[in-house]
Design a protein around this ligand. Structure first.
Ligand SMILES: [Cu+2]
Length: 308
């Protein structure tokens, strides 16, 4: 074989590898452990609450559960291990339908092919929303098959993404009672903690995974998933957002521009925030009560938009 031949062979192999690599679906294996423990909200009005959560490490709950990611065509296998003393389940809204209870000490495997790019809520659907309220919820993100920074194949592109998993907790009536093995009166729900990625605003306003932080001219795909039981109307300062999807339904270009978007319980939305000017701006929920921790302002659903 001449050197030209070897070189050609290498180029052909590289092209082949590139072509295969670009479209090859991956297998993504996740293990989630259901655990009881506690969850702390820092700052004014903060507290440590009894909580249950999905976690990627056995030991203590994580609220929300870990963000699971896949691309269209990937095979996803999620093993859920129930290390708690009550029945639990795991359902990804719009993706899986198996709502079978996993008994204490048991586990169950959920396998599917990621088929449609978007943002999805996973949660425990058992026990009249108590299991979800205690912290058993999280997000699955599915990207386009080519792995590009686009909301979907040939969809709007973005520079970086953020995931906001929203929720609330009623400490006295729900968490304290369920956490100590009592019976929650589910007819009364008056949450006093409002969480963004498990954080009160005191932490969420400085959390690099939550804040929209980037240079002018870039854009953020913000994936919003509401694991709570209240609607959360999120209000953006600095610029309007383009609404790309609502509850998984792709909107049509030109996308509606809004400065506030209401996310109902178990609802999802993908919005695009274009970083258009220098400065620091807030994003906060539009209901004053939900910007508090146990009645103390400002420590609820709020974060910062920092453009530099
Ligand atoms: Cu405002």
């Amino acid at each position: 074989m001449t050197w030209q031949c070897r070189l050609l062979g290498r180029i052909m192999a590289a092209i082949l590898l590139f072509a295969v690599g670009a479209t090859e679906a991956a297998v993504r294996n996740y293990t989630l452990y259901i655990t009881a423990g506690s969850h702390t909200i820092n700052g004014a009005g903060g507290a440590t609450l009894s909580a249950w959560g999905y976690s990627d490490v056995a030991g203590s709950p994580k609220i929300p559960g870990p963000v699971l990611t896949a691309y269209e065509g990937d095979t996803v296998n999620i093993t859920v291990v129930n290390n708690h003393t009550l029945n639990h389940n795991f359902v990804i809204q719009g993706v899986t339908t198996d709502a079978t209870a996993i008994a204490p000490g048991g586990n169950r495997v959920y396998s599917f092919t990621a088929s449609t790019a978007g943002s999805y809520l996973y949660s425990d659907t058992l026990n009249s929303a108590i299991n979800r309220e205690m912290g058993l919820y999280g997000a699955l993100l599915v990207g386009p098959a080519d792995g590009s920074n686009k909301a979907w194949t040939n969809g709007p592109s973005y520079s970086f993404q953020r995931t906001w998993v929203i929720g609330e907790m009623d400490k006295v009536r729900w968490n304290d009672v369920a956490g100590s093995g009592g019976t929650v009166n589910t007819s009364i729900y008056k949450p006093n903690y409002f969480l963004m990625n498990g954080l009160g605003g005191f932490d969420a306003m400085g959390d690099p995974n939550t804040t929209i932080d980037g240079v002018v001219g870039t854009s953020a795909l913000v994936r919003i998933v509401n694991g709570g039981q209240f609607s959360h109307a999120l209000h953006f300062h600095g610029n309007h957002v383009q609404v790309l999807t609502i509850n998984g339904v792709r909107q049509i270009s030109p996308y509606k521009l809004v400065d506030a978007i209401n996310i109902p319980p178990m609802g999802t939305a993908d919005v695009l925030y274009v970083l258009n000017q220098l400065g620091e701006y807030p994003m906060h929920v539009h209901t004053a009560q939900m910007e508090t921790a146990n009645g103390v302002y400002l420590n609820g659903v709020a974060t910062m938009i920092m453009m530099h």
